[in-house]
Structures are given as C-alpha cells and as structure tokens.
Design a protein around this ligand. Structure first.
Ligand SMILES: C[S@@+](CC[C@H](N)C(=O)[O-])C[C@H]1O[C@@H](n2cnc3c(N)ncnc32)[C@H](O)[C@@H]1O
Length: 259
C-alpha cells in the first residue's frame, strides 16, 4: 500500500504527526551519550529523524521506495552533522538480513500490523535479538488485541473509508476504502481488501486493489516472544503518555533488555 504511488508518503506525513512515542523512547533510553539505533519499518522517518536530531546514530530499514524517498528528502534538509548520523536502507525486513551491533532497536508505529501472521511477528523479535548488542534494548509498540478469539470489533462487514485518503501538494486526490473480506476467529487472522482511487491533477484516474493479511497481536504474545528469545521485560506501558498497562489498555508498549 505504501508503494502504490510516491505521494502516499506525503499523505502519511499529513496524517501521522504525533511524536509522543519519540518522547517515550527518549525517556526509556535515558541516554547520557549518543547510541546506535536500528529502526526496521522506519517509513518516512517520523521516529528516526528526531532521534538523530537528539544526537544518536540512526539506521532505518523499509521496503517502500516512496516512503524512503520522502525520508531522504526530509533528511536532506537537516544540518550536515545530523545528516551524517542517518543511514537509510531499502529492505524487506521479513526476508533480508538486518545489520547488527546496535544499542537500541525500535519496532514502533504498530509495525506488527504490517505483518500477516504471528510467525512473521515473532521472527521480528528473533531478528531484533540478533541485531542488538548484549545489554541492548528493544522498544515494541502495537495496538493490543485481548488474548483469545478475534474480537467482534474486527468481525465487521462493510466498506469503510481508509488511508490513503487526501490531497497531495500537486493536487492529486486519493480516496481509499477497506473491507474485511475474511476472518478466522480462533487463529485471529484477517484479510482486508483495500481499494485506492487516484485522480491526478490533469484528470487522469487510476484504481488499485490489494489484499492485506493481518494478525491482531496480544500483549501476551509479544511478552512471550520477548521472554523466549532472550529479552528481559523492563517496562510495559498501555499508552504513549506513559501510563502502565492495565485491563483497559488498548496498546502494549514494551521496553525490554537483551540478556
Ligand atoms: C505504518 S508505517 C510506520 C512508519 C514508522 N515506523 C512510523 O511509525 O511512522 C509502516 C511502514 O512499514 C513498512 N513495511 C511494511 N512491511 C514491511 C516489510 N516487510 N519490510 C520493510 N518495511 C515494511 C511500510 O513500507 C511502511 O513504511
């Protein structure tokens, strides 16, 4: 979805302006000196750029050329010494080898919802452990689905407005919808059909369709993967304001240390 048109990255930045998670990460890191940070699923650099501005070395990975192009455009506007601290790499993080030797690794921005199965999500935790130095930290931030069968909230028929919808700088209009076309209650798996209608400024139109697979992940699953793959959970928050996780929480945000 992020690579259907280069302008999707601009619409992403129009929509996602919140940086409370960046403040949370900085609070967790409490770093008195610069550290090396890896961010798979880095997108347009919403998290990565402010961390580089704060003095850290950042390496971002993403498979979408359009998202990386926008990240590079934003990086190009930074002072030279900050630019020199940022490396961006095109990569499918479920297939390719992640670089190693990092102090901190960020799995932020709901990135597990980009993956279609618990196996793929768990393999990110395994790979994160390999990429970190001993004693390094991982930040994992996703919506929390309660353990057990697929919630009724996800079992909804109908066509709904979706991202990317909006107007880019050159007047291109995007109008998108999503429809859940299949679900498995027991295994908590979903297929979503997305339809993206693009009207370019010169009047040309284009229509794209795709099917995405999702596995709404639970706090218990992420905790289990972290514990089974060599991490000690240091903190578990239920929102980006820094409140502890409780029964009402709809996010599960982990800060965990590689043993
Ligand atoms: C919701 S955006 C989040 C971007 C950023 N982490 C943030 O919080 O703003 C998800 C990003 O994950 C990337 N992505 C999804 N699947 C991927 C994969 N298998 N390998 C690499 N990147 C992937 C998409 O291209 C997109 O840029």
């Amino acid at each position: 979805m992020y690579d259907i048109d280069i302008r999707v990255a601009e619409l992403y930045d129009q929509l996602e302006r919140d940086t409370q998670d960046v403040d949370l990460i900085q609070g967790f890191m409490n770093a008195s000196k610069p550290v090396r940070i890896l961010e798979p699923f880095c997108g347009t650099g919403r998290i990565l750029i402010p961390l580089a501005l704060a003095g850290h070395q950042l390496h971002g990975l993403d498979q979408a050329k359009g998202m990386l192009a926008r990240a590079r455009m934003k990086v190009a506007l930074l002072p030279d010494k900050v630019k020199a601290r940022i490396q961006l790499e095109e990569m499918n993080v479920t297939e390719d080898v992640w670089p190693r030797g990092f102090d901190v690794l960020i799995l932020g921005g709901n990135c597990f919802y980009e993956l279609g199965s618990p196996e793929e999500q768990e393999s990110c935790v395994i790979t994160a452990a390999r990429s970190l130095k001993p004693g390094g930290y991982v930040y994992v931030d996703n919506n929390h689905h309660p353990e057990g069968p697929l919630s009724k909230k996800w079992q909804v028929e109908g066509v709904f407005p979706a991202f990317p919808t909006g107007i880019s700088w050159d007047g291109t209009h995007f109008e998108s919808t999503k429809e859940t076309i299949w679900w498995d209650v027991e295994f908590r798996l979903i297929k979503i059909k997305r339809e993206i209608n693009i009207t370019f400024a010169d009047g040309r139109v284009a229509k794209k369709e795709m099917v995405q697979h999702k596995h709404p992940v639970s706090k218990e699953e992420v905790a289990g993967w972290l514990e089974n793959h060599g991490f000690e959970i240091i903190a578990l928050f239920g929102d980006r304001q820094g409140n502890l996780f409780d029964d009402e929480s709809n996010r599960a945000i982990f800060w965990a240390r590689k043993k």
